[in-house]
Design a protein around this ligand. Structure first.
Ligand SMILES: CCCCCCCC/C=C\CCCCCCCC(=O)OC[C@H](COP(=O)(O)O[C@@H]1[C@H](O)[C@H](OP(=O)(O)O)[C@@H](O)[C@H](O)[C@H]1O)OC(=O)CCCCCCC/C=C\CCCCCCCC
Ligand SMILES: Nc1ccn([C@@H]2O[C@H](COP(=O)(O)O)[C@@H](O)[C@H]2O)c(=O)n1
Ligand SMILES: [Mg+2]
Ligand SMILES: [Mg+2]
Length: 209
């Protein structure tokens, strides 16, 4: 279900992204520059706006710059192929951006004295990082791990909707969204662990787990 959403959302975005990618390449902009600039934009949105309580502005700025994550890969493919460093940079910058988003949310909730919300944001930060780490480690060991109900896009959407609703005065929305996200992120870690376990068993069936 999550995969179907991602694939169809991505297909829809492609028509918008490709002309922008072509124009940027013509202007001499590199995919790696877009990767870094997108991350800086997310940092500004999250830390400069979200952490100070400008939740709607923060979420909108983060959304615009998070979407540039679709642009860098498209540019790389258009300009003759992806690079190993580009793939490494893209994934590493995703972690920086996600940390800023959940760090900003935790900081703002702390300023509001919402300790339950802070705890939820920290669980989301840790579990979200673990979701990505498990995949990176599996891929490093030659396996695949493209599974799970709460991949990055879903995680950002959930915190974004919560942030915007709270910014629009639906006060408990962000805290509820964060606890929901904490649960689905932990579940996703389990899904990925199980997926890797099954692959490892198939690759080395005679070895002890
Ligand atoms: C107080 C401040 C609050 C701030 C809240 C933040 C708000 C953010 C709100 C919404 C943001 C939604 C935008 C989401 C854009 C995400 C783009 C994205 O991630 O694209 C990349 C994704 C996957 O590409 P990769 O395979 O290159 O990425 C991998 C991924 O990161 C893996 O992560 P993992 O799942 O493992 O954790 C890493 O492991 C791997 O390293 C990495 O390479 O691309 C896609 O396939 C999905 C494309 C979907 C496009 C999303 C379209 C969304 C549509 C509309 C967004 C606008 C919504 C507006 C409403 C906002 C409501 C809040
Ligand atoms: N600076 C970059 C960024 C990305 N890539 C390649 O694109 C893949 C990700 O594609 P997205 O559309 O999701 O951004 C990534 O794995 C790399 O192969 C790149 O080469 N340089
Ligand atoms: Mg990208
Ligand atoms: Mg990225």
């Amino acid at each position: 279900m999550a995969k179907i959403f991602q694939v169809s959302a991505r297909a829809g975005m492609t028509r918008v992204v490709e002309p922008i990618a072509r124009a940027l390449l013509r202007a001499g902009v590199t995919p790696n520059a877009v990767t870094v600039a997108g991350t800086v934009g997310v940092l500004v949105g999250a830390l400069g706006f979200g952490a100070r309580g400008h939740l709607v502005a923060g979420a909108l700025i983060v959304t615009v710059f998070a979407l540039t994550d679709l642009l860098d890969g498209t540019m790389a493919r258009m300009s003759g192929g992806s690079t190993r460093f580009g793939a490494f940079l893209d994934s590493s910058m995703d972690r920086v951006a996600d940390s800023a988003v959940f760090g900003a949310v935790a900081y703002w909730l702390a300023t509001q004295g919402n300790h339950s919300g802070v705890a939820a944001a920290l669980v989301c930060l840790a579990a979200g990082s673990l979701v990505s780490y498990v995949k990176a480690r599996a891929e490093g060991l030659g396996m695949t791990c493209n599974v799970g109900i709460a991949e990055r896009t879903e995680r950002l959407l959930i915190v974004g909707v919560g942030g915007i609703l709270t910014g629009l005065n639906v006060k408990p929305a962000l805290e509820i969204a964060l606890w929901l996200l904490a649960a689905v992120s932990i579940f996703t870690v389990g899904q990925r662990m199980a997926h890797v376990y099954r692959q490892a068993q198939q690759l080395q069936p005679d070895r002890q787990a």
